[in-house]
Design a protein around this ligand. Structure first.
Ligand SMILES: O=C[C@H](O)COP(=O)(O)O
Length: 372
């Protein structure tokens, strides 16, 4: 399950985040940069206010000296937080620092933050795992330079979460994220997605938390409890004949047409080592929800493009059938997609186009399965 982390700077903001369902309350001073620490007295006040209703995390400004770093962490732990986050230094002594913090891993969940826009070194992840860290989080250092998703593709982010999973580290994603990014990031299987700007009025991370903005982000990250309740309610209404079963006149079509990309494809020897044009046509049949100009109602075509890019990033694929199957599978991971038609055509082998067209439906048992 993907948890929602909300960065707050006061006890009042923590209350708003709690009221609208944030899973982790993260103490941070947005005025002091991407990973600005709050004074420890303020962190302690937030911890007292939250009063164990949800876990609280705090940021520690990492002093360069190892002994001082240990002391800074000890002080943060005394506030009662459950998680401590810090920026993993991009210096050669990062592994030494990580090892020095290892004894603290028994007392608090240590989370190392790597900045996606500062050439993060993923080779450091195994050292974090060896030191007993709880997790690693990708964030952006310079918020003005774009969102996490502009800096790393969904495919690259999935590789990060996968590497974390293999190392038994929790994987977090953050970085100037906006509401439409949420469904795109859910497919990475991140354990935590973190927000500040998206929770504030006008998306300005230095403004106060806005209740409707927090509620929107919460609604975009499904919780298991929500799904179960929704499913139970829907089934009982169908059984009593109050609403039509799924598939009867309650779907819309979200499509991506004539999306042409160069890719390495084909089973012949002469098709290896260079790209050829491939055209994608994808029609996803999605459950219709109340029509409104609201992000909650949207299944985005971005998600389809992300899935294509992710498949292409894997390198040469021999069969267009394989591409079509993988694409259909990725699109069907999204909760609201009932069925999908995928057409994949090679444009450079004949005067017209050759390829395959498949239609796949969500299996009845997996209708509610969550993206993983
Ligand atoms: O830890 C999460 C961050 O506070 C994210 O902040 P942001 O959404 O403004 O980049």
């Amino acid at each position: 399950m993907t948890l929602m982390l909300a960065s707050v700077l006061s006890r009042e903001e923590a209350e708003t985040a709690l009221a609208y369902g944030a899973d982790i309350i993260d103490c941070k001073d947005p005025a002091r940069g991407a990973l600005g620490a709050l004074p420890l007295e303020q962190v302690a006040e937030i911890v007292a206010g939250v009063n164990r209703r949800r876990p609280v995390s705090a940021v520690v400004d990492l002093p360069h000296d190892v002994a001082q770093a240990r002391r800074a962490f000890e002080d943060a732990i005394k506030t009662g937080v459950e998680y401590v986050k810090f920026a993993l230094p991009a210096t050669p002594d990062a592994d030494q620092m990580t090892a020095a913090l290892a004894p603290l891993a028994e007392r608090v969940k240590l989370v190392a933050v790597l900045f996606a826009d500062l050439r993060p070194d993923f080779a450091r992840l195994p050292a974090l795992a060896r030191a007993g860290f709880h997790g690693a989080m990708l964030d952006t250092a310079h918020k003005e330079n774009g969102r996490l998703i502009d800096i790393m593709t969904v495919g690259a982010l999935s590789e990060f979460t996968e590497q974390c999973r293999e190392l038994r580290l929790a994987a977090g994603l953050a970085g100037a994220l906006e509401p439409p990014d949420v469904p795109r990031l859910l497919v990475t299987g991140a354990d935590v997605i973190g927000f500040r700007g998206a929770l504030c009025a006008h998306g300005d991370r230095k403004s106060a938390l806005s209740a409707p903005a927090v509620a929107l982000i919460r609604d975009l990250i499904p919780t298991r409890r929500d799904l179960v309740e929704e499913m139970a309610a829907e089934w009982s209404l169908i059984a009593r004949g109050f609403i039509e079963p799924p598939g009867v006149n309650d779907t819309d079509c979200v499509f991506l047409h004539d999306y042409i990309v160069p890719m390495e494809v084909g089973a012949y020897a002469h098709e290896y080592g260079h790209t050829q044009r491939v055209r994608f046509n994808v029609d996803a049949e999605v459950t219709r929800i109340e029509v409104s100009d609201d992000m909650r109602a949207v299944f985005s075509y971005d998600v389809i493009m992300d899935a294509i890019k992710m498949i292409l990033s894997g390198g040469h694929i021999a069969m267009v059938e394989t591409i079509a199957e993988r694409l259909a599978e990725s699109v069907l991971l999204h909760e609201r997609v009932r069925s999908v038609t995928v057409q994949v055509e090679k444009l450079d082998v004949a005067p017209g186009a050759v390829g395959v067209k498949i239609r796949r439906e969500r299996h009845a048992d997996s209708r509610r399965s969550k993206p993983s």
